[in-house]
Design a protein around this ligand. Structure first.
Ligand code: ADP
Length: 378
């Protein structure tokens, strides 16, 4: 017999908050239950970060599910922080409804018209290279563009834009983005010690990113490009719920392993109501700089294009693997700026153009992304 959500909810009514005489379901601490055969996932929301409590409640939840529902259930619990629970647990007022919870992200950046996340399932597929060239490409059209590098594990914007100085702080204690190639830049790499960043957890990243939104003099922007950390885990999920994204693009290479990650990425954005503007395939073929007419499909052909079709998301274009792209990135001068007439730059520029078009269509046909409340691990 297949498991259903109600059984999970009932089982979790047997798990009590240690300081309250109330169960987790009544306290609304369990959200977004997803059941796929024996695989069960949900979010355990806590009023604040508390690893010890999270750990103990997680094992109690697992035990309850195995005891009351299915011995062999595979349970995957993500913890999230929902500050409105604090008031509820303290008995001051009921948990806020979700429209109030999401009011905050709406106001994070009132001067930004479009916020685009650049995501990838894995590191090393060229996400940051794409984010940088996309931002510079959009700026070349005369648009006002910001690029926020939230990749705490390997912030690449300092390298990609050859920035070694620290940003200025205004007398109002606001950080001034560093402007280069027409793009306003802020990177975690400007401020944090990346060795320490390895131990950062989702809520810490989220609060740092919130600060980058609120405590930076971004001014008016037509586009803010957000370079997300690679992957589709808790950190990414929390992040994409924290900021009011207009849409997301997913970068992938053509091979099968990478494509699985695209699937997860699309699922993640769909679950949190963020429109996927499309998939970008990077390293589609290799062209040696001295044989520009050659195309070697070293990672397979059209993988991402076909997957995009299957997943019913737009395909935004292909970028070749070229030494010139890597060289310009290493030199801190993205190819769209350093050699805009080259075929490699043209592929990026075409993609920027498609992203722009996709945003126009998205803004015309869909409401603002206003509610991103589901927390799950896809
Ligand atoms: P990610 O952000 O996904 O980790 P990066 O953008 O940092 O990936 O790219 C990883 C490495 O691959 C970098 O050295 C970058 O210069 C290189 N690279 C990315 N895309 C291309 C490309 N199309 N052609 C050549 N080198 C590339």
């Amino acid at each position: 017999m297949s498991i259903n959500k109600e059984q999970i909810r009932t089982a979790l009514t047997h798990v009590f908050h240690p300081d309250k005489e109330t169960d987790l379901i009544s306290l609304e601490m369990i959200q977004d239950i997803i059941v796929q055969e024996k695989y069960i996932s949900f979010t355990l929301e806590l009023p604040e970060k508390n690893d010890k409590l999270a750990h103990s409640l997680k094992s109690k939840c697992e035990e309850a599910i195995r005891k009351f529902v299915d011995r062999e259930a595979v349970v995957d619990i993500t913890t999230g922080v929902n500050i409105s629970l604090k008031r509820k647990l303290e008995g001051e007022e009921p948990a806020e409804d979700s429209s109030q919870q999401t009011a905050e992200p709406e106001q994070l950046l009132p001067g930004v018209k479009n916020m685009i996340a650049v995501a990838s399932g894995k590191g090393g597929v060229g996400k940051s290279t794409v984010a940088a060239n996309l931002a510079v490409g959009l700026a070349r059209t005369g648009a006002r563009v910001g690029l926020l590098d939230t990749d705490i594990y390997g912030p690449s914007i300092p390298t990609l834009f050859d920035i070694h100085e620290r940003p200025n702080i205004t007398t109002q204690k606001k950080l001034v983005p560093i402007e280069k190639y027409g793009v306003k830049l802020v990177s975690m790499g400007f401020l944090v010690d990346t060795d320490q960043a390895m131990i950062w957890r989702g809520p810490m990243v989220t609060s740092a990113v919130k600060q980058f939104m609120q405590e930076v003099e971004w001014g008016e922007l037509d586009y803010m490009v957000l370079d997300l950390p690679p992957g589709t885990g808790d950190i990414q999920l929390t992040l994409v719920q924290t900021v009011p994204l207009t849409g997301a693009v997913i970068v992938s290479t053509p091979q099968h392993v990478a494509l699985d990650d695209v699937r997860k990425g699309v699922a993640m954005f769909r679950k949190v109501n963020v429109p996927v503007l499309g998939v970008i395939e990077n390293m589609s073929w290799f062209t040696p700089d001295d044989m520009p007419e050659k195309k070697y499909y070293i990672f397979g052909k059209h993988g991402a294009r076909e997957l995009a079709r299957k997943l019913e998301v737009p395909f935004l274009g292909e970028i070749p693997l070229r030494e010139s792209i890597m060289r310009s990135s290493d030199q801190g001068d993205p190819i769209v700026h350093s050699d805009p007439g080259s075929p490699a730059a043209e592929s990026f520029l075409e993609i920027s153009n498609r992203v722009e078009q996709a945003l126009i269509v998205r803004n015309r046909e869909q409401e603002e992304t206003e509610k991103v409340e589901i927390k799950f691990r896809p």
